[in-house]
Write a protein that binds this ligand. Structure first.
Ligand code: K1U
Ligand code: ZN
Length: 176
């Protein structure tokens, strides 16, 4: 297994629309294992292949406290959605930023599992939010793009400032 690098917003690669998986083979299962290791280490409750710079329609989720209920969704499709809910979201590609986003309250999703077997899942609450958030990644959409322009600008400014701070010791070292 391997820990993968998670792309940070506003990296342009996060805007890539992922391609469908045409065969669930050992390469896809290796990707899923590496993504799971990366998600648990982060730590996070979900991860889309897009975030690790692999532009295939694969997402994983685990909202259990014991980290023993990994959900795998290959080529996920929403077949039903109802209600609306505003819930706080986070994203491993936008560390330290949590904002409320409006999404469907209940969804039905159809996908393939890690064996390539089709299944259907009905979800609500945090699970429904996470599935919709990860499916957005596959469309090249990061959750901050669902916020107002003003909020997005503030987030970008905060991330830039943080990036400059992180680069300061290196800049000082190079100046010596
Ligand atoms: O980056 C991602 O897409 C993963 C993201 C999933 C998500 C969380 C909450 C609402 C919508 C989508 C995260 O996992 S952010 C980190 C997080 O929520 C968390 C981290 C540690 C423990 C519990 C939660
Ligand atoms: Zn995310």
């Amino acid at each position: 297994m391997a820990l993968l690098h998670i792309l940070r917003y506003p990296d342009p690669r996060l805007y890539t629309v992922a391609a469908r998986v045409d065969r669930v083979d050992h390469r896809i299962r290796k990707l899923i294992k590496d993504m799971a290791e990366t998600m648990y280490a982060a730590p996070g409750v979900g991860l889309a292949a897009t975030q690790v710079d692999t532009h295939l329609r694969v997402i994983i989720l685990d909202i259990s406290e014991a980290h023993d209920q990994l959900g795998v969704f290959i080529n996920p499709e929403l077949t039903a959605a109802s209600g609306v809910a505003d819930r706080e979201e986070g994203c491993l590609s936008v560390p330290g930023v949590y904002e409320k986003v409006r999404r469907a309250e209940r969804i039905t999703v159809r996908a393939l599992d890690a064996q390539g077997k089709p299944y259907t899942l009905e979800a609500e609450g945090l699970l429904a939010v996470c599935i919709q958030h990860e499916m957005d990644h596959l469309e090249g959409r990061v959750f901050v793009e669902r916020l107002s322009r003003l909020k997005r600008q503030r987030i970008l400014a905060k991330l830039k400032k943080r990036g400059r701070r992180a680069a300061e010791p290196e800049a000082r070292r190079l100046a010596l």
